[in-house]
Write a protein that binds this ligand. Structure first.
Ligand SMILES: *Cc1c(COP(=O)(O)O)cnc(C)c1O
Length: 386
C-alpha cells in the first residue's frame, strides 16, 4: 500500500503524539483554490475553525485569502496574524455582546447574521459606537447536504440561519435599523459534501430567492456567500490530495445567476487544510484478545476527536514497519470506549514503538483538541521546519 511521504528518521527523535503539516501541499492547495476562484472573480474566506494554528494561518494569509470566523477568539487570532479586517466575516448563531463589540471595534468586513433578534442587538451596539455594521443574512435554504447528521446545517431541523421563507420579512426588518446595512446573503448547508449536485441544488435555491426578492422590489445585495462544505477524500489521501476546486467553482459559475456587479464569496475550511495535516502517534502496546487484536497508541480523542464524534474515517498507516500486514483495532489510551481511531484496519505488522500516521487530520483535528483526562494538548511541526 502506498504510504504518505514522511521524514521518518526525524520523527523517531520526537515525542508523540504531534501534528505534522506538509506546508508544500498546503501552499499548492491554496494556490489551486485561488487560481480556480480567480477565473470567475470569486473571493475565498478560510473558515478558521478548521485549524487556527498560527503558522498555517500565516501561510493562508500570504496566499491572499480572507477569513471566516465564528467567535471573538477567532476574530482576535485572525487580526493578530494580520488578516485585513475588511476581509474578515463573522458568523455564528450565538454571538455574545462582547464578541460583537470586538468585531465592531476592528471594523470587520461583514457580520453573517442568523436571527432577527441578532439584527436588533448588532444595531444597538453599533449605535453605541457611532458605527454602521455591514451585515449579510444567513438563510437556511432547507437543502439537505446528504452528509453526517452532526455536520449538516441547512435543513429546517438545524439551528442555523433564518428559514428561507421568513427571509423576505427579515430583510424588511433590516430597514428599521439605521446602523446596520444589508450587503449580502449567506448560505452554508453543511460539511464534507461529496455529492457535487448538492451545490447545484443550492444554486437553484439562491436563484429562486433572488428572483423573488427582485420581484418584490428589493435591491440587489453586493454579495452572495455560498459557505463552505467542499469534501476531501479521506479514503485515499494520496490520490488527488488537492480537492477538486475546479469542478466546485465551475458548478457555481454554471448554475448560480449572479446579478450585475454582484460578488461571490465562499468559505472553505476542510478543503484547504485537511490533507496537509497528519497526526503522528506511537504504538504503546499490542494486545491480543480472543477475536481481536488492538494496537494501543499514545494519541487519543483529546488529540483528534473526529472518529469518536462523527464516526469519521481516517486512513491509518504504520510508517515504520515493512512487515507482513495484519488486522488491528487502533485505539487510544483515554478511558472511554469511543476512543477508537479505526476498527479492523490492515497495518503492516505492528509492535511497540512503531510510528502510526493518521492521515487527513489537518481540519478539525488540532482545533478540536482538548485536555480531557488532563492530557497535554498535541504539539505541531511544519514540514519546512525539518
Ligand atoms: C464550518 C463552517 C465553514 C467551513 O466548512 P467546511 O466544511 O470546513 O468547508 C464555512 N462557513 C461556516 C459558516 C461554517 O460554520
Amino acid at each position: 500500500m502506498p504510504k504518505g511521504n514522511f521524514p521518518i528518521e526525524k520523527f523517531k527523535n520526537l515525542n508523540t503524539p504531534f501534528y505534522y503539516y506538509d506546508t508544500t501541499l498546503l501552499r499548492e492547495t491554496l494556490e489551486v483554490a485561488q487560481s480556480e476562484a480567480s477565473k470567475y472573480g470569486y473571493h475565498i474566506h478560510y473558515a478558521i475553525k478548521a485549524n487556527a494554528n498560527k503558522k498555517l494561518l500565516d501561510i493562508i494569509k500570504q496566499a491572499g485569502i480572507g477569513l471566516d470566523c465564528v467567535s471573538g477568539g477567532e476574530l482576535k487570532a485572525g487580526i493578530e496574524v494580520g488578516f485585513s479586517p475588511d476581509r474578515i466575516m463573522f458568523a455564528g448563531v450565538g454571538k455574545t455582546d462582547d464578541e460583537i463589540n470586538i468585531a465592531l471595534d476592528n471594523n470587520i468586513g461583514c457580520f453573517n447574521v442568523e436571527s432577527v433578534q441578532e439584527l436588533e442587538i448588532i444595531n444597538s451596539l453599533a449605535i453605541a459606537k457611532g458605527k454602521t455594521a455591514n451585515i449579510a443574512l444567513r438563510a437556511n435554504p432547507n437543502v439537505d447536504a446528504h452528509t453526517h447528521a452532526k455536520i449538516t446545517t441547512g435543513t429546517y431541523e438545524d439551528k442555523f440561519g433564518i428559514n428561507i421563507e421568513l427571509l423576505p420579512e427579515a430583510i424588511k426588518t433590516v430597514r428599521l435599523f439605521k446602523n446596520i446595512k444589508l450587503v449580502g446573503l449567506h448560505f452554508h448547508i453543511g460539511s464534507q459534501i461529496t455529492d457535487i449536485s448538492t451545490f447545484e441544488d443550492l444554486c437553484v435555491c439562491i436563484n429562486e430567492l433572488q428572483d423573488e426578492l427582485e420581484a418584490s422590489g428589493e435591491a440587489t445585495v453586493q454579495h452572495i456567500n455560498i459557505g463552505g462544505g467542499l469534501a476531501i477524500n479521506y479514503e485515499h489521501p494520496n490520490h488527488l490530495p488537492v480537492p477538486d476546486f475546479e469542478t466546485y467553482f465551475r458548478v457555481f459559475n454554471k448554475h448560480l445567476k449572479l446579478r450585475k456587479g454582484q460578488h461571490l464569496h465562499c468559505e472553505p475550511g476542510r478543503a484547504l487544510v485537511a490533507q496537509s495535516g497528519t497526526l503522528i502517534t506511537r504504538v504503546l502496546y499490542v494486545k491480543k484478545g480472543i477475536t481481536k487484536q488492538f494496537a494501543v497508541v499514545d494519541a487519543g480523542f483529546s488529540d483528534l476527536i473526529r472518529p469518536a464524534m462523527y464516526d469519521a474515517y481516517h486512513r491509518i498507516e504504520n510508517i515504520t514497519s515493512e512487515d507482513t500486514p495484519d488486522v488491528y483495532d487502533v485505539v487510544g489510551p483515554i478511558c472511554e470506549s469511543s476512543d477508537v481511531f479505526g476498527k479492523e484496519r490492515k497495518l503492516n505488522c505492528t509492535k511497540r514503538g512503531d510510528l502510526i500516521a493518521i492521515r487527513s487530520a489537518g481540519a478539525y483535528g488540532e482545533s478540536m483538541a482538548s485536555q480531557y483526562n488532563l492530557r497535554p494538548l498535541p504539539k505541531s511541526y511544519m514540514s519546512e521546519e525539518f
